[in-house]
Design a binder for this molecule. Sequence first.
Ligand SMILES: Nc1ncnc2c1ncn2[C@@H]1O[C@H](COP(=O)(O)OP(=O)(O)OP(=O)(O)O)[C@@H](O)[C@H]1O
Length: 327
Amino acid sequence: MGEPSATEPEQPGEREAGEPVIATRALTKRYRGGQLAVDGLDLTVPAGSVFGFLGPNGSGKTTTIRMLMGLIEPTSGTARILGRPMPGATRAVLPHVGALIEGPALYGFLSGRDNLLRHDCADPAADPRTRRARVAAALDRVGLTAAAGKKAKAYSLGMKQRLGLAAALLQPRRLLVLDEPTNGLDPQGMREIRTLIRELASDGTTVFLSSHLLDEIEQVCTHAAVMAQGRLLTQGPVADLAAGARGRLVVTTPDPAEAARVLKEQGVGDLAVTGDRVTGEVPDRDLAEVNAALVAAGVRVRGFTVERASLEDAFVALTGEGFDVAG
Ligand SMILES: Nc1ncnc2c1ncn2[C@@H]1O[C@H](COP(=O)(O)OP(=O)(O)OP(=O)(O)O)[C@@H](O)[C@H]1O
């Protein structure tokens, strides 16, 4: 690790409470072949957040993560992690960052425990005197203590992923960067990893995870950024992003045809009738008046609500198209 200068703190970012854990300005990557993979990205990841980096395949998530971790140089723009510039401060920053990128590198013929011991040996910052205890604690953390003696090749995909997370947790971390941590897992494996992420976050670790799964982001993340074709569409608290898209008015009634007619008169657009449910865009006028108009027209109203918009609604509103997760 380099000598700290008079102007740079030795512990990255600790001086600046409240400073974002990740901040990029106009971060751009054009690959040699000419492909503009990331285009002018301004990303702000608050300390303590579980930050979902969402986008379809090919939208530039992995390229961004590789720039953040100092694995590739940006074409232009800047990235700061824990208040320090990347890739310049890579050696000072990375000991505080646990990463799981493109699946864990494991030796199948070694046990889970021996994989972690080996991994820790390769880390020059790791203290050999505390190695066994740290490996045991990391195995415990991810629920692999009972399977620690099994060869890694006998592990399920979910167990391998958890072992990869354990490797990232051998040291106390201020930031965890996880690239598609549930990719390829069955629903049970996904649940386990999501639970683990929530637990890690509740200890105060900032977690930055990429995903192409909208519901995953809604379930585990406090904040999110949405990427499409290398560009940032939006970022912020998940609740705000979803609220940015308007919900839908839902009227439940045994008189759906008459209800649809009245709602149309009341200025409700994009009406759809399915069984006893009539849905439409939330109109600009007072909903009490809309409801009163239904009742005045003799429509028997069983239910009258505005369904909360999901992150998917927000995405559709932003892009004008569905969120295609194929591939
Ligand atoms: N090494 C490379 N050289 C040239 N082009 C690349 C390279 N790596 C990625 N790309 C291209 O850059 C774009 C963004 O890719 P990237 O892998 O960052 O997206 P992603 O959102 O992480 O997608 P995925 O989830 O499929 O990994 C894609 O068009 C991809 O083909």
